[in-house]
Design a protein around this ligand. Sequence first.
Ligand code: F6R
Length: 261
Amino acid sequence: MQVIVVDTAQDVAMLGADHICRLLSKKDNAVLGLATGSTPIALYQELIERYRRKEVMFRSAHSFNLDEYVGIAAEHLQSYRFFMNQQLFEHIDIQLKNTHVPDGMIDPIQAADDYEALINAAGGIDLQVLGIGRNGHIGFNEPSSSLGSLTRIKTLTPDTIRDNSRFFSADEFQPRLAITMGIGTILRAKKALLLATGASKADAIQAMVEGPLSASCPASALQLHANAVVIVDKEAGAKLVNHEYYHWVRAETDQLIVGLK
Ligand code: F6R
């Protein structure tokens, strides 16, 4: 796992965008795994800026989102499909038919199986963007999720429901179930890119990077991934014990790359 601690949330977005743009410059039909929530918004804005400056194109790219609420239609303002269209897809040249978000409306159990099959049929995910919940969830794989799980329906924890209630008005239906890629699905991505910002994520980041591999912290499963990159700002990285080592590794790696050029 490569752990990169940068100064600001904007630095997290810039570095995250570098990884995605580098992939697309090598493979224009790459399959991107995408996330919703507050964290990737700055990343998506940065990608939109780079697209406008003609530094990156998405015309041939494909995408699969991590998750979607059960019982909320794509047109609903709080659906993750709506979020993705509004935050990214409408502003770049990706073809909407190549973008996928699970369908939690008609037959969610079947939709979950179909989604997993669709990811496999697309050749798997090249790069999966992830955020992290305060409880260590990735996607909606809440603590106790099987580390081998595939796309399925999960019941959200009261904490997650509370965290996400900020997006729903008081009298609005807020789902308690979601379709989510499983941890096994995420581990199959060729590269995992987890981004975190803000002090509220510091405990989860410490547990994920330096704690035991455990279903109690689903993100710790990334310790098993051969190509996982974790980019956090100072606040989210504040509780990392081996802080200095991560900086040192980064400096040494940069030197190695310069030496190889
Ligand atoms: C979103 C997702 C979640 C979020 C996590 C962090 O698609 O799967 O795991 O990444 O809840 O959310 P924010 O970024 O809002 O703190």
